[in-house]
Design a protein around this ligand. Structure first.
Ligand SMILES: Cc1ncc(COP(=O)(O)O)c(C=O)c1O
Length: 368
C-alpha cells in the first residue's frame, strides 16, 4: 500500500470501474492499459501476463524458465521468499543447517522429487554460485530477490549473477513482488541497473487488490502461445481473477500517482526519517543494532554483526524483535515482524507518533 489505504484517486478509479465489470475471466481494457504501463516502466518486460497473487507469478516463472531452457533445476538462495509453491518452499526459513546446495522443505506435503530439482546457495556468495553453475549443466534459472528480505546485495553480486547467467546460458529471474515500483518506478532493476531475463511483480501493481504479473522478453513469453511454440513447449496459464479490471484500475491509478515528479524522493525522505527515529533512540540507549535494507524497505537487526545472508542474519535477536514490535503495536504502530514498508501516506504527525512509540519500545528493550 505504497500510497496508503483509501487514497482518494485510487478509490475514485475503483468506483468508476465497479459498475462497468468486476471480473471477466478475459483480457480487458484496464488490464491492457496496466500491461502497457508496466512494459514502459520495467526494463525486462516486453510482454507481461497477469495472475492473482505474487506466489502464482513466481510459480509460473519457474515453469517458464524450464519451458524456455528445456532444463529442470532451479538455483534459489537460502532464505529467499518466492511464495508458496513447492519449489519456493525449499530452504525458505530452515531451522536445520544442511550443507549447500541441499534443499530443505519448509512445509510438509512436498515430494522429495522437488528438492532434487533445487540447488540452494547462500545469498551474496558469488563464488558458491559459480561453483554450482560449473558443476551442473541442467540448471534452467537462478531466482533471486534483488533485495533479499532486507539483506542488500553486496557490491557486484547482482552484476555477477547476470554475468554468470549469460556465461552459462541460463535465465536470471528477479522476484520483484516487493521491490517492483517501490525501490524505483522501474523497480530494483532500474535502481541497481541490472536487467534480469524474467521478473515478477505484485502488491503495488494491484493497488491493494489481488493482482500480480510476470514479464520478460517477447521471445521468452512466446511459451504462453501454443500457436507459436507448439503444444509440447506450450505453458498453459489461466485463472479466474487474473488481471481483473478492479485491481487493474487500482494499480493503474497507483502507478500514475507514483510517476508524478518527486514521489520517490518523498518516499525516500519518509524512509530516512523512519530510520533516523529508530536508530537515534536505539543509539541513545546503547542497544546494538543495525538498520538493513533500502530507505523504501528496511528493518532493524538487533545485532552489531554483519548480516549478508540467511545464516548470518540469524545473529539477529528474535526475542528483542518480538518485544520491540509488540510494544510498537501497543502504542498504535503496526509493523510487520520482518520489515518496515514506508508509505507516501505517512504524515509529520504519524512520524511524531512513531517516535513516541519507538522510545517506549526501546526503553522496554533496554530493561529486558
Ligand atoms: C519477494 C516476495 N515474493 C513473493 C511473494 C508472494 O506474494 P503473494 O503474497 O502475493 O502471493 C511475496 C509476498 O510477500 C514476497 O515478498
Amino acid at each position: 500500500m505504497l500510497l496508503g489505504h483509501g487514497h482518494p484517486e485510487v478509490m475514485e478509479a475503483v468506483l468508476e470501474q465497479l459498475p462497468k465489470g468486476m471480473t471477466f475471466f478475459a483480457n480487458n481494457a484496464k488490464g491492457v492499459e496496466l500491461a502497457e504501463a508496466i512494459v514502459e516502466a520495467v526494463p525486462c518486460c516486453e510482454k507481461v501476463r497477469f495472475v492473482a497473487s505474487g506466489g502464482d507469478a513466481d510459480m509460473y516463472v519457474i515453469r517458464l524458465a524450464r519451458a524456455y531452457t528445456g532444463k529442470d533445476k532451479i538455483l534459489k538462495f537460502e532464505g529467499g521468499y518466492h511464495g508458496m509453491s513447492a519449489e519456493a518452499q525449499m530452504s525458505l526459513a530452515p531451522d536445520k543447517r544442511v550443507n549447500f546446495p541441499q534443499a530443505v522443505p519448509d512445509s510438509a506435503g512436498i515430494p522429495q522429487g522437488v528438492a532434487d530439482q533445487m540447488l540452494i546457495a547462500p545469498f551474496n556468495d558469488l563464488a558458491a554460485v559459480e561453483v554450482l553453475l560449473s558443476e551442473h549443466d541442467d540448471i534452467a534459472a537462478i531466482i533471486a530477490e534483488p533485495l533479499q528480505r532486507i539483506i542488500t546485495a553486496a557490491h557486484g553480486f547482482l552484476q555477477g549473477l547476470r554475468d554468470l547467467c549469460d556465461k552459462h546460458s541460463i535465465l536470471l529471474i528477479f522476484d520483484e513482488i516487493v521491490t517492483g515500483f517501490r525501490l524505483a518506478y522501474g523497480g530494483a532493476q532500474e535502481q541497481y541497473g541490472i536487467t534480469p531475463d524474467i521478473c515478477t511483480l505484485g502488491k503495488i501493481i494491484g493497488g491493494g487488490f489481488p493482482l500480480a504479473a510476470l514479464g520478460a522478453s517477447a521471445e521468452i513469453m512466446q511459451h504462453f502461445d501454443e500457436s507459436i511454440v507448439g503444444r509440447d513447449k506450450w505453458l498453459m496459464q489461466l485463472g479466474t481473477l487474473s488481471g481483473n479490471p478492479i485491481a487493474a484500475a487500482a494499480g493503474l491509478k497507483t502507478i500514475e500517482v507514483l510517476k508524478r515528479e518527486g514521489s520517490y524522493d518523498r518516499l525516500r525522505d519518509i524512509g530516512r526519517r523512519l530510520q533516523h527515529v529508530q536508530s537515534s533512540a536505539l543509539d541513545a540507549a546503547g542497544v546494538p543494532h543495525q538498520i538493513c535494507g533500502d530507505e523504501t524497505l528496511f528493518d532493524i537487526f538487533f545485532t552489531a554483526g554483519q548480516c549478508r545472508d540467511y545464516r548470518t542474519a540469524k545473529h539477529d535477536d528474535p526475542a528483542q524483535n518480538v518485544i520491540y514490535n509488540a510494544t510498537l503495536r501497543r502504542h498504535g504502530i503496526f509493523k510487520s515482524p520482518g520489515k518496515l514498508y514506508p508509505s507516501l501516506a505517512i504524515t509529520a504527525e504519524d512520524l511524531e507518533k512513531t517516535k513516541f512509540a519507538v522510545e517506549q519500545a526501546v526503553s522496554f528493550i533496554s530493561l529486558t
